[in-house]
Ligand binder design. Structure first.
Ligand code: SF4
Length: 376
């Protein structure tokens, strides 16, 4: 298994739009967490040979992995990589990503992360507007984002991604263009852009239900997405996936593995694993996960074996999410009505979504799949 994901479920508070599997904690039970993850890894791990070689990407996602003390991160990187690593020669090429919130990044922590082997940090910036950050229930202000980027660079971590959220309710008067300019001015290597969605049982969902805020609107979503596409492309970024743009050579190798259907292993509460045909996911809640591991039970909550048809649909969907696109070998020939609407382009035998196509990705995949089923 060459791609390893570690889910760190802890957060200091819940952001207004978030429905992730998190555990809100003032005190992070770091020792218990590290022990549980390493036990999960050890209990089901068949050893390097059966895993298919050394780990090439390790990704700490959450939750808020930057809430773990640096020595806990050091232990995890060391134990997880060393147990699968055939030697220092293979180490140079590993991508080791940590998701971090700006308020957790200090020069000392950044140095400790770098010493632990972290060479890529994904920062949850979301916006450079303090009023918007407050509305989102974020724990940082805009000034912390720049300070975090400088601290990371000072520690030798140059591969930095910023997450930004767009498509916010109109009443916030968020200036998306200004936020994109502020992000660009920090000269990070990567940006991930997420449109705001209203998930059930989140604070945002409740605000909308009682009329305290407006639901995000589709027109604004589309305008802001297309604006980001134009500006970032003009600034030298390549949208290599529907929500992700990078300078040349700085795409996320870990996430690219997901989008190309490669197997991966996930550890920690709510983590998913995939072996090419079967997807497994762990118990969502930290307490349930912790108890299962402590009692020597499997942390897997359930699994789903994909049928050949599901695998094919997923392959098409994932390929069209990326800049690489889908090979136009039969049965996926370009569909004239979709081409004429400007949602696809065909180039070098591959079908690729345009930015306008990416805005309709789900319906395009369905249309393409339905069409191929009816082809003679
Ligand atoms: S920090 Fe991230 S995971 Fe935690 S509540 Fe906020 S959005 Fe969700």
């Amino acid at each position: 298994m060459r791609h390893l994901y570690i889910h760190v479920p802890f957060c200091q508070r819940r952001c207004s739009y978030c429905d992730f599997s998190i555990a809100v904690r003032k005190r992070i039970p770091a020792a218990e967490y590290v022990d549980a993850v390493l036990r999960e890894w050890g209990s089901a791990d068949p050893g390097p040979a059966a895993r298919g070689g050394p780990i090439s990407t390790l990704y700490f996602g959450g939750g808020t992995p930057s809430l773990l003390p640096p020595d806990a991160i050091t232990t995890l990187v060391d134990k997880l990589l060393r147990s699968a690593d055939p030697g220092p020669a293979a180490r140079g090429g590993q991508e080791v990503t940590l998701e971090a919130n700006p308020e957790d990044v200090t020069p000392d922590k950044a140095k400790a992360w770098r010493a632990a082997g972290i060479n890529r940090v994904s920062l949850g910036a979301q916006s450079f507007d303090d009023a918007v950050l407050k509305w989102m229930h974020r724990s940082h202000d805009a000034a912390r984002i720049g300070a975090a980027v400088h601290a990371l660079r000072g520690a030798g971590i140059e591969n930095i991604s910023l997450d930004l959220i767009f498509g916010l309710p109109e009443e916030l008067k968020r200036n998306w263009e200004r936020d994109l300019d502020m992000a660009h001015a920090l000269r990070t290597t990567h940006l991930s852009l997420y449109g705001l969605t209203v998930e059930p049982r989140t604070p945002l969902d409740r605000w909308i239900s009682r009329g305290a805020t407006q639901a995000p609107d589709d027109e604004r979503y589309a305008e802001e997405y297309l604006l980001a596409h134009r500006r970032l492309t003009a600034g030298g970024f390549l949208f290599y996936e529907v929500s992700n743009a990078a300078l040349p050579g700085f795409h996320s190798r870990h996430n690219s593995a997901y989008w190309s259907g490669k197997p991966y292993r996930g550890l920690g509460p709510a983590a998913h694993s995939f072996d090419g045909t079967t997807r497994r996911w762990n118990l969502r809640a930290w307490e349930a996960y912790r108890r299962a591991i402590a009692e020597g039970r499997s942390a897997v909550e359930s699994e789903e074996r994909l049928t050949a048809e599901q695998q094919e649909l997923e392959r098409v969907y994932l390929a069209l999410r990326t800049e690489e696109g889908l090979a136009t070998t039969a049965p996926y020939r370009p569909l004239p009505p979709l081409m004429s609407r400007g949602w696809f382009v065909e180039h070098n035998g591959r079908l690729r979504c345009t930015p306008e196509g990416w805005l309709r990705l789900d319906s395009l995949v369905n249309e393409l799949a339905m069409h191929t089923e009816t082809q003679p």
